[in-house]
Design a protein. Structure first.
Lengths: 257, 204
């Protein structure tokens, strides 16, 4: 058989590509539910790590079923809001926002549609919101947990798809970076709600920080730090009316009482 | 087992090791050797991809048009890599490790060992020896990966497979070992050891 004939070559390559594509599509479809279950448990463990229920490693050891059970125990309320700060709808308590859903909302925040931003409230009053944006090589995302006052940050957890190991990947791997967020405050009424900058906040003569909404970026990972900063700005900016109004509503209530 | 087959299996492990002698697959050996677990998953993935791609292409070898053979090889290798990645993502036990290895699983496709063995061996040999050649090249690559990962995890984190070994004796993990340059230093040492044992590799 002459395998160098043009027609043969065209038919052969077409066939190979079609067979491989069909096989991969079949495998991808049949494994999808399992992959989504893993992703969901991973997302939940990231949210719970941010909220201070344990470390990521601890949740990883627990296994998917235990993570889901623990989450069901702790979660009190989940709902979506729009950028005007109004509540849109209650979410099913088992529902989470995986990176693919965050990506869609990220487009919506930037003007492609009506954003539906999730807010997760745990039984102990800690509120978790996601952030999503572009790092250096791919998407970066994460979860910020706020104390009952909706201003003080309780904790944070970030993840990424393909940031450089040892540099940009530190947003996920470096506990010191994530610990920097604890105790900082979101300035909901300002244009920059929260900032990641070189050197962090400038300091007073006595060593205390002048700004409580600025933290130090990662050395050697300028693009990832800037990407994460932009992600946090965009998303917290989108949430700012919700949390600002939540504050003012409750303050007036106390006055009335 | 005849001598030729034995040579096919044993050569890539030591005398013709893909990393230390052919110097292929260096990038991933720097990137995925921080922990033994990561290195082990990477090793198994490369063995599977290398072995089965060689087998498939050896079965197809008489039908592949010569002009597009590289493209056909690429399609088959890419398919195997995606399959391995999809399967790793589907199991609870391997999901986290797949996330940790992130792009490097996908980059097996660019690992010169895989394409190199297909081009040099599988296209000219019967399926059974091709499968063995693929598997043992993967194993030769993996062996070096595991040796490097052993030292990097032990000295860099004080653990092996995540189990504390040195830290309990007050060992302070060495951060240099975690960084990629140290893998290169270790690889250099392995090449040094191998060349002093195997004198015919030394240039005059």
């Amino acid at each position: 058989m002459n395998t160098n004939n043009n027609l043969y070559t065209v038919i052969y390559t077409s066939l190979i590509v079609i067979v491989v594509a069909a096989l991969l599509a079949f495998v991808s479809q049949s494994l999808k539910s399992k992959q989504e279950a893993n992703e969901k448990a991973d997302t939940i463990s990231q949210m719970m790590t941010a909220a201070g229920f344990g470390t990521k490693a601890e949740f990883q050891k627990m296994g998917n079923a235990a993570v889901l059970a623990r989450y069901a125990e702790e979660i009190a309320e989940a709902y979506t809001v729009n950028t005007d700060g109004e509540k849109i709808a209650d979410m099913d308590l088992s529902e989470v926002y995986s990176p693919s859903r965050l990506k869609k909302q990220n487009y919506n925040i930037k003007g492609a549609g009506q954003p539906e931003l999730p807010v997760f409230v745990f039984r102990n009053g800690i509120t978790v919101v996601p952030v999503y944006g572009a790092g250096l090589w791919g998407p970066v995302w994460g979860y910020l947990a706020f104390e009952q006052d909706h201003v003080t940050i309780k904790g944070a957890y970030f993840d990424h798809e393909s940031e450089t190991a040892g540099l940009g990947a530190k947003i996920k791997d470096d506990p010191d970076f994530q610990a920097e967020f604890s105790g900082e405050k979101a300035h909901w009424s300002e244009a920059n709600v929260f900032e990641i900058v070189k050197g962090g906040s400038p300091k007073n003569a006595d060593g205390t920080e002048i700004y409580d909404n600025k933290i130090d970026a990662i050395t050697g990972a300028t693009m990832t730090s800037m990407g994460l900063d932009a992600a946090i700005d965009t998303w917290l900016g989108a949430y700012s009316r919700h949390f600002a109004s939540a504050e003012s509503c409750c303050e007036t209530q106390t006055v009335e009482e | 087992m005849d001598a030729k087959l034995k040579e096919t299996i044993l050569n890539p492990i030591f005398k013709g090791n893909p990393i230390t002698v052919l110097v292929l697959g260096i990038c991933s050996s720097l990137a995925v050797t921080v922990t033994l677990k990561g290195a082990l998953v990477m090793t198994l993935s490369v063995i599977v991809v290398c072995g089965i791609s060689s087998l498939i292409l050896s079965l197809l070898r008489n039908t592949i048009p010569g002009r597009v053979r590289i493209i056909v090889q690429l399609v088959v290798v890419a398919m195997m890599v995606i399959l391995v990645d999809q399967i790793l993502k589907s199991f609870e036990a391997t999901y986290a490790i797949d996330k940790q290895l992130s792009v490097y699983i996908g980059l097996i496709i660019t690992n010169c060992i895989v394409m190199g063995r297909i081009e040099a061996f599988a296209l000219g040999n019967k399926p059974w020896p091709s499968l063995l050649d693929g598997v043992s090249n993967g194993a030769g690559y993996g062996m070096i990966l595991l040796i490097v990962a052993f030292f990097r995890e032990l000295l860099g984190s004080g653990t092996l497979f995540g189990i504390d070994i040195l830290n309990r004796f007050g060992y302070v993990p060495n951060n240099l070992v975690i960084l990629p340059p140290f893998a290169l230093i270790l690889l250099g040492c392995i090449v040094w050891v191998q060349r002093s044992i195997q004198k015919d590799l030394q240039e005059k």
